[in-house]
Design a protein around this ligand. Structure first.
Ligand code: N01
Length: 484
């Protein structure tokens, strides 16, 4: 008997964590005509790009994974980056996603033909799809600092997401610029293992010291032997984070406790002058709270020097602050990412020639984080205002991917041909977002990658569970739907 369901053609742009998640869910649902277009030669997105010393995830591993592919073998509470990369590769292999990836393929344009999306890649090939989903990641485009003389530096200089493993740092004077989550992890790994480490800090960040115990073999065996226990551990870790999230977003007892705890942990810094330099004047979590088991020990290592004077320029041999040159052999730029590029630089052209550039002239906006008015059958994973602040991006991706799957299943059943959110529903949603944001910790006056071009945090202003509720099922009353 023939299959009564229609078979959609689906292109996923990007084979990182979220692209793998959606690919796996589609394949598990029996949808076969799926391709992942990946510009790199390997899977894993951020976990492929970032291989710097000390890389780990600051969300507990029991929670930083997919519910449909739990891993009983995590080695640590916060497992190292290489292990996480291997996990996503395994998920891609086990689910068949890996076989659907076209590597070394950059999407240059996605254009609506009137009935489908025509996707053109840099090899000049165009193909048509019924759905296109952008899974291009949020922290993907390295941000290079605009510092005079940077190009004149004579030694090796690289961004943290482009680590040059051919450089032996053990006998080098390393200049590290940036003290966000990445800079803190690199410093913690390199302190004591290089000749000298000069850390250039522009603004201090709050750091929460949390231990990172190794899971013993018996624990791993138990997780392997009893999948129900493994599932329980996932949900326990999730619940723990989710139960704290709302209280941490808004003023109150929990926030006061967090501030007290962060300040108290700073007392580990013995030298009062160093402690003062490391004390932020913003509130904890206004910028992403840094989780680190050993930063405060590492920064007191005799090989480390903290430089807080403003960087004036870079010379071929060092970094100049206040007229003083600090000689360094290697320069590491832990200077973050352009977190607002989303789908770009790919060109997206919808019906009537509407471009995403035009639609987003005043800044990126998405209906409930996943879709844009004017662009039918187009979805985003990790789109604008996703709940990315100190939460598991794997859980967000899974929620968004399940939402996309719901629409695709309806299409298969012939319930519609095209669907796109209405401008009214999107405006209404943003009125609620804009009303809720000023009450959150992100709006308490600090500069961070959370802030969009209008200075407003591009985050989800409610508890992450609310995001799940919002995307629990498609709402026809908020979409233009063309019947199938
Ligand atoms: O980037 P950042 P990141 N001169 O933007 C400094 C995720 N992540 O790569 O603080 C001097 O936070 C800048 O200075 P200032 C996580 O979500 C996750 O560290 O703005 N300094 C800042 O110190 C995180 O939030 C994990 O004044 C300059 C730093 O560079 C996100 O990635 C691990 C400068 C940039 O900090 C980004 O973290 C690592 C200049 N011209 C990262 N320009 C996990 O564990 C910039 N800086 C999951």
């Amino acid at each position: 008997m023939s299959d009564p369901l229609r078979e959609p053609r689906i292109a996923i742009i990007g084979a990182g964590m979220s692209g793998i998640c959606l690919g796996a869910l589609l394949l598990r649902a029996g949808i076969r005509d799926v391709v992942l277009l990946e510009k790199n030669q390997d899977l894993g997105g951020t976990w492929r790009d970032n291989s710097y010393p000390g890389i780990a995830c600051d969300v507990p591993s029991r929670f930083y994974q997919f519910t449909f592919a739990l891993n009983p073998d995590w080695t640590h509470r916060y497992s190292p980056g290489a292990e996480i990369h291997a996990y996503f590769e395994k998920v891609a292999r086990d689910t068949g996603v890996a076989d659907r990836v076209r590597f070394g393929t950059t999407v240059v344009e996605t254009r609506w033909t009137g009935a489908a999306w025509s996707v053109t890649t840099d090899d000049g090939v165009s193909a048509e799809y019924d759905f296109v989903v952008s899974a291009t990641g949020i922290l993907h485009h390295p941000r290079y600092p605009n510092i005079e003389g940077l190009d004149s530096f004579a030694g090796p200089a690289f961004h943290s997401a482009r680590w040059d493993h051919s450089v032996d740092l053990s006998d080098k004077r390393v200049g590290l610029i940036g003290t966000g989550s990445t800079g803190v992890q690199i410093l913690s790994a390199l302190a004591g293992n290089v000749d000298r480490l000069l850390l250039f800090q522009r603004t201090p960040h709050w750091v929460m010291q949390l231990a990172n115990p190794e899971f013993r073999p018996i624990t791993r065996r138990l997780h392997r032997r009893f999948p129900a226990y493994d599932r329980f551990s996932y949900h326990a870790a999730r619940k723990q984070i989710e139960s704290l999230s709302p209280a941490l977003l808004h003023p109150g007892k929990t926030r006061r406790f967090l501030t007290w705890l962060c300040r108290r942990q700073l007392n580990k810094i013995v030298d009062p002058e160093l402690r003062a330099k490391l004390t932020p004047d913003s509130q904890p979590m206004c910028r992403r709270l840094i989780i680190s088991p050993g930063y405060y020990d590492a920064i007191q290592d005799p090989t480390v020097e903290l430089v807080t004077d403003r960087i004036e320029r870079i010379t071929p041999t060092g970094v100049v602050t206040d007229g003083v040159e600090h000689p360094v052999d290697v320069l590491v730029l832990a200077t973050g990412f352009d977190a607002h590029a989303y789908v770009r630089p790919m060109r997206l052209v919808g019906p009537g020639g509407l471009t995403l550039e035009h639609a987003w002239a005043d800044g990126p906006r998405a209906y409930r984080t996943v879709a844009v008015p004017g662009f039918p059958n187009f979805f985003m994973l990790m789109g604008p205002n996703s709940p990315v602040g100190n939460y598991a991006l794997t859980a967000i991706a899974e929620t968004q991917a399940n939402y996309v799957l719901d629409w695709v299943q309806r299409w298969r059943r012939g319930e519609f041909t095209t669907a796109e959110p209405t401008a009214e529903a999107t405006d209404r949603y943003y009125r609620e977002v804009d009303a809720a944001l000023p009450d959150t910790v992100w709006a308490t006056g600090c500069d961070s990658w959370y802030l969009g071009q209008n200075g407003k945090p591009e985050l989800f202003p409610w508890a992450p569970e609310q995001h799940k509720v919002m995307l629990a099922q498609p709402r026809d009353d908020e979409f233009h739907i063309v019947a199938g």
